[in-house]
Design a protein around this ligand. Structure first.
Ligand SMILES: [Zn+2]
Length: 264
């Protein structure tokens, strides 16, 4: 059941527009993070420029989703193509905005979940493209997770225990893997990412995400590297953890109940 059941239809539509609009704007900011953080550039300024001709992007060409469509995916100044990634991330942000509203209703918990999910979106794309997880994203996530936990189902105690459990468990897994294989299986970025995940989802979420991330990563590796299983291959593990964390945030309780029912 949706958290919006019982509200008049106009109110539901209004909230959905607001939530998906906010999600699209946050997605637009995620695009800035995805472009600048791996290149070591400042996030706060200067204003966005076309990476091809260097012209500043005008404010009216910077409206999420709409501008990309109006410009037909080309720079207004030089005509260079603008990657579809920009509009995809903005659309994903809009969809996440609608989903957190349906899940949590109009609440601070919904805003917290949206910030968490957009942070995960940036982590997922950056790790996929560059095989790194910027600490600035995960540390900001942990601070937000702890600060907003008062208004979230997890609560402050649950957020703190979740943070420690998330970082601690993946650190232990990493060292366990090192003892067996002689190399570190995860990076510090994965440790910080799981700390952030724990601060939003608590210990239950951490367990779900580790399981889900491992399953997704294994499935991807099986398809992608079927021909070269013996060779050493690096996986963007953070991307799979981020996908699993998004699932745990939006449907974690349902997944946990389903799992407990199976045991009975
Ligand atoms: Zn240009």
């Amino acid at each position: 059941m949706s958290a919006l059941t019982g509200l008049p239809r106009e109110a539901v539509l209004g909230w959905l527009c607001l939530a998906s609009g906010l999600g699209a704007c946050l997605g637009s900011f995620a695009n800035v993070l995805i472009h600048r953080l791996p290149r070591g550039e400042s996030v706060s300024g200067p204003r966005s420029r076309c990476p091809h001709c260097g012209h500043r992007v005008r404010w009216h060409d910077n409206i999420p989703i709409v501008s990309w469509l109006m410009l037909r995916a080309r720079c207004r100044d030089c005509g260079a193509p603008i990657s579809a990634r920009y509009v995809c991330v903005e659309l994903a942000g809009a969809a996440l905005g609608a989903l957190v509203l349906l899940r949590f209703g109009p609440s601070i918990a919904a805003v917290a979940a949206l910030l968490f999910l957009v942070d995960l979106l940036a982590v997922a794309v950056i790790d996929w493209q560059f095989m790194i997880i910027p600490h600035s994203l995960t540390i900001a996530g942990m601070v937000l997770g702890l600060a907003l936990s008062v208004w979230c189902p997890v609560g402050p105690g649950g957020a703190l225990v979740g943070l420690l459990a998330g970082a601690g468990l993946i650190l232990a897994l990493g060292y366990g893997y090192k003892a067996v294989r002689g190399e570190l299986g995860m990076g510090g970025g994965d440790v910080m990412l799981m700390g952030m995940v724990g601060s939003f989802t608590g210990v239950r979420g951490v367990l779900l995400v580790l399981l889900g991330g491992a399953l997704l990563g294994t499935a991807y590796a099986a398809v992608r590297y079927r021909a070269s299983l013996a060779g050493k291959t690096r996986l963007p593990f953070g991307t799979f953890l981020a996908l699993a964390a998004a699932g745990a945030c939006l449907a974690g309780e349902a997944a946990f109940r389903w799992y407990l029912d199976l045991l009975h």
